[in-house]
Design a protein around this ligand. Sequence first.
Ligand code: PMP
Length: 361
Amino acid sequence: LAQANAGVAGLHPYQAGKPIEELERELGISNCVKLASNENPLGLSPKAQAAISAALKDLTRYPDANGYYLKHKLGDCFDLDPAGITLGNGSNEVIDLLFHTFVGQGDEVIYAQYSFIVYALATQAHGAKAVVVPARDWGHDLDAMLAAITDKTKLICIANPNNPTGTVLPPAELEAFLAKVPSEILVVLDEAYNEYMDPALRAPSADWVKRFPNLVVTRTFSKAYGLAGLRLGYALSTPELASVLNRVREPFNCNSLALVAAQATLDDADYLAEAVRLNRSEMGRYEAYFSARGLGYIPSSGNFITVDLARPAGPVYEALLREGVIVRPIAGYGMPNHLRVSIGTMAENDRFFAALDKVLG
Ligand code: PMP
């Protein structure tokens, strides 16, 4: 450990949701429910499944190192030059690439309180200084983030919608913010949950990439597209910025199955529509459930909802585990009384409702 970089020595590993297999083994049962990692509960899109089956015969070969077909397809979707698209092993890897490329010792990285924990981990790992801007209504305070800029600021991270709070920024506010950020500072707009948003609140972020050369938009196939296990994310930027990221990107960082599955899923508009529809209707049931029990929650534009139990959430999380239901404690985000619950199928959500009723008495 003494030999590790200074930032790495003090790091705590990313805490992923408890694996369902682990809990089933512990409880000796086989019907646990996991609502902890903001996954798509529908299973793979049939088109992705067919593409994966067809690609199995080619697995002795390396994947296309440049993701030619997927980048061209995404380029068509967003009316962007495919040369401005960077593919990653999940959008997490893309975020990491951005830090790796642009952030070093002595630099400052600005992000909001209660925003995605990976920004904090990456900042520390790269020996940079975290400038954490207090949240406004659980979301980003863009004026305060602008005021936090110094001549050491290298990167600003914004998750929209934010995880774990589900808050969103009005497109006009975001646009005004981008216009004010000095052009030498990179803005990472993390839109992992974009597809779940109310279309009226969705920013024209792919178009902004052409107007703001210091903007990088990150997206993922892990959420609404249902490919979390395959790991595929991407960044939209200028071709110049993408060419810099490509210098540090590992060759073959995206596997063959992920590449073909992502292409196929992009063609499956019905799958995406069903994922969004289910999320919206079940989100309504969560809101009604919490309201009926006098529990506060943060209105969410993602595929998860964060509930305020008004008491330490750790024991409730543990008791839910004993009922076979895995949710996400977020004390590590500075929210010790909240739990984040991913929106599942109707049956999974019913399981959560019954378990929480039992646990809260
Ligand atoms: N950004 C946000 C805001 C997230 O919540 C997540 C997933 N938890 C990611 C990025 C990374 O997702 P992935 O690496 O699966 O694309």
